[in-house]
Ligand binder design. Structure first.
Ligand SMILES: Nc1ncnc2c1ncn2[C@@H]1O[C@H](COP(=O)(O)OP(=O)(O)O)[C@@H](O)[C@H]1O
Ligand SMILES: [Mg+2]
Length: 367
């Protein structure tokens, strides 16, 4: 074979979706790619697969691939408009409430084994970086006991409005559509909520938010591998999960449990983010001090055969910016670090979408 997956991805990425003007690969519209040395097949998901535009996209995709593989290879394309991501993934009793045509293409859960490792910091900065990369992005904080999005977006005390279909309208800040349990539930009330109540509220909350069309919906999960995490995988067809860890052995051990949980329920793990990986003193910009140990996350990623998506430094500016409600990714100095992370994430989402089927929501019967 004189071509591989990357050649196909690269060639298809020159084809744009007429509606949004964005490339069809990075939007996740190419699915179920299978290829041998004499045959390539894939599905293109478009909102209206019968429109003249759809035909154009199909034709362009074929000629783009032809350029790389030559004319001896047979190319079969299937056009589909099945709702993917959240569109399909919502619990069925909520689905009727969604505006027709809304489309959430990719849903990514940001998770961790332990609390305080920087999961929200990663989720928030990733969401903003994806917006700056040109995507339509939503961010939702399902951490009912410790929502951080209101603080990190300087939206404390904000109450979202409700639309005519009685859906919650997310608040737009830094270009991100944000929703948080913290907008709806007082913190001192939430602490007495018990597991089943939280699960019920989470389901309702995810199903009844008016996201409109999104390329990416990022879910900031609470720490751990418990009921809420399972509720999410039963409610949403997740494209994949990102697991955040710090370099310490104990954190990595918990990260490993997080990865195992997602794998057990059939959610692909997009990769690991190592946060607080090293420290660079401002007056010694060439130095990297690995305060909590070096290479742990890289080793774990290798062992588990998942990508290491980013190594983020321990950085005072990162903490201050999040506390102040103006995340670093929204600033010009802070953006490059997260731009790199966002691009890496998008790359792995693309590969995942192309090579693996949509995640099935699974029914879990607990106790
Ligand atoms: N790389 C980092 N450098 C400095 N402070 C960080 C970094 N990542 C997170 N923090 C800070 O650590 C605290 C916990 O981070 P947070 O993202 O809320 O963790 P989690 O969501 O996992 O509980 C916050 O105060 C945050 O600003
Ligand atoms: Mg958090």
């Amino acid at each position: 074979m004189n071509f591989d997956l990357n050649h196909i991805i690269e060639s298809l990425s020159h084809v744009v979706e007429p509606d949004s003007g964005k490339d069809i690969v990075r939007l996740g519209l190419i699915r179920n790619l299978q290829f041998t040395d004499d045959r390539i097949r894939y599905t293109i998901f478009l909102k209206d697969p019968l429109s003249p535009f759809a035909y154009l996209v199909e034709e362009q995709s074929i000629s783009a691939i032809r350029e790389v593989v030559g004319d001896k290879v047979s190319i079969q394309v299937e056009m589909d408009n099945e709702m993917i991501g959240l569109g399909e993934g919502l619990v069925s009793d909520q689905a009727g409430k969604k505006a027709p045509g809304d489309r959430v293409l990719n849903t990514i859960a940001v998770a961790s084994g332990k609390g305080g490792v920087g999961k929200s910091t990663v989720a928030v900065n990733l969401a903003i970086a994806l917006v700056r990369e040109g995507y339509d992005v939503g961010l939702v904080d399902v951490d009912i006991y410790g929502p951080s999005i209101p603080t990190m977006f300087d939206l404390e005390g904000t109450r979202p409005k409700i639309n005519e279909s009685r859906q919650i309208i997310p608040i737009v800040k830094f270009g991100v559509k944000v929703m948080s349990m913290g907008f709806l539930v007082e913190q001192d009330q939430a602490v007495i909520w018990r597991g089943p109540m939280v699960s019920g509220a989470t389901k309702q909350f995810l199903g009844e938010t008016d996201w409109g069309d999104l390329d990416y919906l990022i879910l900031d999960l609470p720490p751990g591998t418990g009921d809420i995490q399972l509720t999410i995988v039963q409610t949403v067809s997740l494209t994949g999960a990102i697991v955040v860890s710090t370099p310490q052995k104990v954190a990595l051990a918990d990260a490993r449990k997080g990865v195992a949980m997602f794998e057990q329920v059939g959610v692909p793990v997009l990769g690991l983010v190592e946060n607080m990986a090293y420290f660079t003193p401002p007056d010694l910009p060439d130095r990297k001090y690995y305060l909590f140990g070096q290479g742990g996350a890289r080793d774990l990623a290798r062992k588990l055969d998942i990508p290491l998506l980013a190594e983020l430094p321990l950085d005072e500016a990162l903490r201050i910016s999040c506390d102040a409600g103006y995340p670093l990714a929204a600033t010009d100095e802070g953006y490059p670090l997260f731009q790199e992370m966002a691009r890496t994430v998008v790359h792995h989402v693309v590969v995942r979408n192309i090579t693996k089927p949509d995640t099935e929501r699974i029914e879990i019967t607990t106790r």
